[in-house]
Design a protein around this ligand. Sequence first.
Ligand SMILES: CCCCC/C=C/C(=O)SCCNC(=O)CCNC(=O)[C@H](O)C(C)(C)COP(=O)(O)OP(=O)(O)OC[C@H]1O[C@@H](n2cnc3c(N)ncnc32)[C@H](O)[C@@H]1OP(=O)(O)O
Ligand SMILES: NC(=O)C1=CN([C@@H]2O[C@H](COP(=O)(O)OP(=O)(O)OC[C@H]3O[C@@H](n4cnc5c(N)ncnc54)[C@H](OP(=O)(O)O)[C@@H]3O)[C@@H](O)[C@H]2O)C=CC1
Length: 277
Amino acid sequence: MAAAVKVSSVFRKSLFKGKVAIVTGGGTGIGKAITQELLHLGCKVMIASRNIERIQKAAEEMRSTVVPNKPTNLAHMQCNIRKEDNVKDLISSTLKQFGKIDYVVNNGGGQFPSPASNISVKGWNAVIDTNLTGTFIVCREVYNQWMEQNGGVIVNIIADMWKGFPTMSHTGAARAGVDNLTKTLAIEWAPDGVRVNSVAPGSFIYSETAAANYGDSKIFHHMLDVVPVKRLGTPEEVSSCVCYLLSPAASLISGETVKVDGAASLHNTKYEIRVSK
Ligand SMILES: CCCCC/C=C/C(=O)SCCNC(=O)CCNC(=O)[C@H](O)C(C)(C)COP(=O)(O)OP(=O)(O)OC[C@H]1O[C@@H](n2cnc3c(N)ncnc32)[C@H](O)[C@@H]1OP(=O)(O)O
Ligand SMILES: NC(=O)C1=CN([C@@H]2O[C@H](COP(=O)(O)OP(=O)(O)OC[C@H]3O[C@@H](n4cnc5c(N)ncnc54)[C@H](OP(=O)(O)O)[C@@H]3O)[C@@H](O)[C@H]2O)C=CC1
């Protein structure tokens, strides 16, 4: 498999120019790569996440590096997707600012590693609320406020949970839920011109912020012995797939989940079965 490439030259700008996108978690890691790609292609983008200082700093940086001539193409706001009112506000503010919403990328999410037996109900709910319910609320709100009348495309970022997800039971359950939600919404909303797909990155897409979240800068490197391509993945390799699914090149693709994992999900998992007590 070829080494990582920056994908910006792959897409024709005319397909994306003037489109409006929301990217949750668009200030870091995979979300930042998606945002940069969409801005480069001429989209207007609203990025949103919980940490206002971090999202503001990321937005300021991208305005000066990616769209120095059109800084107003990038807006940012605070939004916790677990909070229904925040999400309603995110959708209505984007409509107020940019006048329409063509694309939504549900990228904001995450979890903490823990054996299932140690997860409190509060911790379980935090992860389910973030990754499953948060994604649902964003989808429902953008449909009700805009896409039901105007069509659009939604891409949900999930994870490699296909063989179960030992030490990540909460997020495995949530992401499997989003995989199924994707299918249901694709059917229910197809008559309105809305496509809904998911992208499932392998567990080895390196981003500094993601590694920092786990407190181990080598967390993704530890996966390499079970990664067939024998290298880390890059956020840009996920963003190119997201942009493809958003584009008219994918006009008949809906209800699908695309794995971006270099065949890793077909191979063994990292998890070692413990000796029984
Ligand atoms: C090689 C492995 C990689 C696998 C592939 C996946 C990669 C990625 O997903 S990379 C993305 C990484 N980024 C993130 O995960 C960021 C987002 N995550 C979070 O913010 C948290 O994990 C969250 C989803 C749990 C939300 O946190 P927070 O808003 O702080 O939640 P609450 O205060 O409402 O409740 C927290 C509750 O959750 C339990 N908990 C949280 N962190 C831990 C932890 N590190 N260990 C154990 N338990 C944890 C705990 O019960 C908390 O309650 P309190 O004990 O009362 O604080
Ligand atoms: N890196 C990898 O190998 C893999 C990543 N993924 C998934 O890809 C997505 C991006 O991850 P990645 O870029 O790697 O890691 P990051 O930690 O950099 O990204 C997570 C983003 O989600 C935002 N976020 C988290 N919770 C919420 C919330 N409640 N409301 C709004 N925004 C939120 C964070 O911003 P803030 O803290 O400001 O809210 C942050 O920008 C996540 O869903 C992740 O689980 C899936 C498989 C593998």
